[in-house]
Design a protein around this ligand. Structure first.
Ligand SMILES: N[C@@H](CCC(=O)N[C@@H](CS)C(=O)NCC(=O)O)C(=O)O
Length: 211
């Protein structure tokens, strides 16, 4: 784990009044689960504009948050960071090429989900957009993930072993509160959430104020 010494994670302070909403939390959950020591640096919108300019001045191309630095070196973009960190840690990345591909697929699906969900939360969405999402898109999305989880013995996407895609799924279920993940309707999703909540390091972290 020495390769991950002096790691800093950067994301916004608050998104829609929440200190956990948004992409930064995916990375944080992985780092917390792995027990990696890191500093979480939070910027408000104005600070980010200043910091973004500094990164551009250092020839960092297309800087966005979340990003991390390891010994001062910049690494960007959420899903690539999850893969990069998993690879460095030697866990969470799957055990064979089929699993690597599946995790890519699940991450892609979660990104598509983010794309659909954000339209109902940000930018003053129309009533119709919200209604369609609530009544059609969200139930379909939740059902698909429940079905995927039913393909293995669970509780995680690849079965017994947790992977980086699980942190993304878990966090999307935190962000998208359209539907309650109850055991009657979504038994596999419900068991999944419980299993993530009970990961020893995450259990401690999730009990904090998560600032
Ligand atoms: N594909 C990128 C998207 C990153 C992104 O759009 N981040 C937003 C916050 S969630 C951001 O940094 N917005 C401010 C900006 O682009 O300057 C990823 O998954 O990390």
């Amino acid at each position: 784990m020495s390769a991950l010494k002096n790691l800093k994670l950067y994301y916004f302070t608050v998104v829609q009044g929440s200190t956990t909403m948004g992409r930064g939390e995916n990375i944080r959950l992985l780092l917390e689960d792995a027990g990696v020591d890191f500093e979480y640096i939070r910027y408000n919108a104005a600070q980010w504009q200043e910091e973004k300019q500094k990164l551009l001045d250092q020839n960092i191309r297309n800087p966005t948050m979340p990003f991390i630095t390891i010994d001062g070196k910049y690494y960007g973009k959420t899903a690539p960071l999850l893969r990069f960190l998993s690879h460095k840690l030697g866990k969470y990345e799957g055990d064979n090429e089929d699993e690597f591909q599946l995790l890519d697929v699940y991450t892609d699906m979660a990104n598509d989900w983010v794309g659909r969900w954000v339209k109902t939360v940000f930018g003053n969405p129309s009533e119709e957009t919200v209604k369609t999402y609530r009544e059609e898109t969200a139930p379909q999305t939740f059902k698909t993930w429940d079905d995927i989880l039913s393909d293995t013995k669970g509780p995680f996407l690849l079965g017994e072993k947790i992977s980086y895609a699980d942190f993304t799924l878990f966090h999307m279920l935190e962000d998208d509160t359209t539907i309650k993940v109850c055991a009657e309707t979504y038994p596999h999703l419900s068991a999944f959430v419980e299993a993530v909540n009970n990961r020893p390091n995450l259990k401690k972290y999730l009990a904090t104020d998560r600032k």
